[in-house]
Design a protein. Structure first.
Length: 101
C-alpha cells in the first residue's frame, strides 16, 4: 500500500446481539455476500484483516483497512452488501497504528 495511507477500524453492527446464532436464511445469504466482499477487499490489499469479534455483549464484525482517508474507509462500508441490506457500521481512525511489514 501507499506509505501515505492511513489505517481505520471498520465495525459492522448487527441488528441484535443474538444475530450470529439466529440469522434467518435471508440474513445468512447477506452475510455470505458480506464475507465474499471483504475477502475481495483483503485480496486487493486494502483490508489488513477482517472477521467476527466474539464480544460477550454480542458479536460484531471488524475490518482494519488501509486507505487514503476516512471517506475511502466509509465508502467500503457503504458498498458492503450487509450495510446495503440494513446493517449499520462505524469507522474509527487509527492514527498511531503500527503495521507489520
Amino acid at each position: 500500500m501507499n506509505a501515505r495511507n492511513k489505517q481505520f477500524l471498520y465495525k459492522l453492527i448487527p441488528p441484535r446481539s443474538t444475530f450470529a446464532q439466529d440469522m434467518t436464511e435471508v440474513e445468512r445469504k447477506v452475510i455470505q455476500e458480506h464475507a465474499t466482499y471483504w475477502k475481495g477487499v483483503t485480496d486487493k490489499g486494502i483490508a489488513l484483516v477482517f472477521g467476527l469479534v466474539l464480544d460477550p455483549k454480542g458479536p460484531w464484525g471488524v475490518g482494519i483497512v488501509e486507505v487514503a482517508d476516512e471517506a475511502d474507509a466509509r465508502a467500503l462500508g457503504t458498498n458492503d452488501p450487509a450495510v446495503k441490506a440494513g446493517l449499520t457500521f462505524e469507522v474509527y481512525p487509527m492514527p498511531d497504528a503500527v503495521v507489520r511489514k
